[in-house]
Design a protein around this ligand. Structure first.
Ligand SMILES: Cc1cc2nc3c(=O)[nH]c(=O)nc-3n(C[C@H](O)[C@H](O)[C@H](O)COP(=O)(O)OP(=O)(O)OC[C@H]3O[C@@H](n4cnc5c(N)ncnc54)[C@H](O)[C@@H]3O)c2cc1C
Length: 481
């Protein structure tokens, strides 16, 4: 029997797993998909918000402020790239300016460092490509950017290295309450655990309803994006937001950690049965373009390399829901993790541990917890000498598989064989970026498939794009040729 079963391997579930792996607890993470980080965590704005905009007395406000503060330590331990590039919320009218003042005051109550309201001259000096008509901005130097899926993968890898288990393709279908534990069942398997942590993203309400009467609903709120080529990279240097509205923080323009430019999202509430609807639509992308003009009228959409959409887990309670259920003892909801869930993840993980500690009594700390994750080699970023030395040691680093992003065979093989390693073409793309460049996998996709087939000892026809059933090849066209 496990002490804790965590349902959902997004950034929240994996952050909690890593925090719990500091203690002598038997932990399992149950994930319905074929990989870690496949829900909201793989499609969002990737911003570590400074934390001034959620109300200072809300869980969102408190978790964001703390999450931002400790994100640097977490990312350095886990070797996840994170840059504090700072953010600007721009005002274009007097009423926008009043909103900025409100954000500033709220941020001061949360002790957000370095917050400043700046005038138009300074704004345009910092960001010369903004559309004219800006009258000032709220500058938050502590805001940053990160690779969200890499953060979740790194959390999971480190949790596994410290004893946690990950079970992918385990879609929780039924939960039975027993005396002092829960039996958690998928179609083919079952596990028993004393505590359940419900970190199932947009499905958290469905999971909760397996053990309790409905207390909250999670509405899927879709946001769509354009991702521009690195050639557009200098367009903005900070995360640039419009003033927030009742649907969220608005359509923003930001650099990504890899040097691309991201434009989006919009906000569209979907029906409750549309929790997998991550398709993009012509009309809504047009809407994103219109909204983004409030930030910059110089966005070079001809350099767009892909569009994508993510689903926010929008709770009907508005705030994050992080508590033990009153109806089901030992069942802890970590739900309604819309933005700033990514930014808050490290703080939420700490908070959940205190909840378990309160229920269970003091927790037994491991003496041999290793907080460090082995660095991922990024061949392209090495010096000429370092590249040469690496190739001498392992010739697979001398074979370029992805020409757009300069990814080598060595990097792909490493991504497959790490704890929580990639098993699919998209899983490898998230870990090392082949297919993330201009050709979007047109050239390197088949090569990545060959490497996956070889390393996992499976036939090419069994290599998947993403989840179960997402086959790419059906058979040979020239048998015996
Ligand atoms: C458009 C958009 C923009 C955003 N921008 C930002 C931002 O810039 N900064 C920020 O801080 N936050 C942002 N967020 C919010 C952030 O993405 C989320 O808070 C965070 O990813 C939530 O992580 P999670 O682990 O709770 O959910 P998820 O990543 O969705 O993980 C939940 C997991 O549960 C699994 N699961 C579901 N049902 C079952 C089941 N029955 N059995 C087993 N597993 C199951 C899913 O497959 C999934 O992997 C944004 C979100 C969106 C959609």
């Amino acid at each position: 029997m496990y002490n804790v079963a965590i349902i959902g391997a997004g950034v929240i579930g994996t952050a909690i797993a890593r925090e719990l792996s500091k203690f002598n607890h038997k932990i399992v993470i149950l994930e319905k998909d074929n990989d870690v980080s496949n829900g909201s965590t793989k499609a969002n704005s990737a911003i570590i918000h400074a934390g001034y905009d959620a109300p200072y007395n809300s869980l969102k406000g408190k978790m964001n402020a703390r999450g931002n503060l400790i994100m640097g330590i977490v990312c350095s331990e886990l070797n996840v790239p994170f840059e504090r590039i700072g953010s600007l919320v721009i005002a274009r009218s007097e009423s926008d300016f009043e909103t900025l003042k409100g954000l500033y005051e709220n941020g001061m109550k949360l002790e957000i460092p370095g917050l400043e309201i700046i005038d138009v001259g300074k704004v345009m000096e910092m960001e010369p490509n903004l559309t004219e008509g800006v009258i000032g901005a709220l500058y938050a130097p502590s805001a940053g950017i990160v690779e969200p899926w890499e953060l979740a993968i790194a959390y999971c890898e480190n949790a596994i290295d410290n004893g946690a288990e990950l079970r992918i393709n385990f879609a929780v279908r039924e939960i039975q309450k027993k005396d002092g534990s829960y039996l958690i069942k998928s179609e083919e398997d079952q596990v028993e655990a004393k505590y359940i942590i419900n970190a199932a993203g947009v499905y958290a309400d469905k999971i909760y309803n397996m053990v309790a009467d409905s207390e909250y609903k999670i509405i899927p709120r879709r946001g769509q994006y354009f991702l521009l080529d690195k050639e557009a990279g200098g367009l903005v240097k900070h995360v640039v937001f419009p003033c927030p509205n009742e649907m969220g923080k608005g359509t923003l323009v930001t650099p990504t950690i890899d040097g691309n430019i991201l434009v989006g999202p919009d906000a569209e509430d979907l029906d409750m049965d549309m929790k997998e609807s991550v398709n993009t639509t012509y009309n809504r992308l047009g809407n994103v373009k219109n909204l983004a003009r409030n930030i910059s009228d110089k966005i070079p959409y001809k350099l767009n390399i892909t569009t994508f959409a993510g689903l926010r887990a929008e709770p009907d309670t508005d705030d994050f829901i992080i508590e033990e259920s009153k109806q089901a003892k030992g069942f802890i909801n970590v739900a309604g993790m819309k933005s700033p869930g990514l930014s808050s993840a490290p703080a939420i993980a700490e908070y959940v541990v205190t909840i378990i500690e309160e229920i269970d009594g003091s927790l037994d700390k491991k003496t041999d917890f290793n907080p460090l994750r082995r660095k991922r080699i990024k061949f392209e970023e090495l010096t000429f000498e370092e590249k040469n030395e690496l190739i001498q040691k392992d010739s697979r680093y001398g074979r370029i598989i992805c020409r757009c992003e300069m990814i080598t065979e060595g990097e792909i093989v490493d991504a497959i064989h790490r704890s929580a390693g990639g098993r699919t073409v998209n899983g490898i793309k998230r870990r090392t970026r082949p297919g993330s460049g201009r050709c979007q996998g047109g050239f390197c996709g088949p090569r990545v498939m060959e490497i996956l087939a070889r390393e996992l000892s499976v036939p090419m026809e069994e290599v998947l794009m993403e989840n179960r059933g997402s086959i790419i090849l059906t058979g040979k066209t020239k048998v015996g040729g």
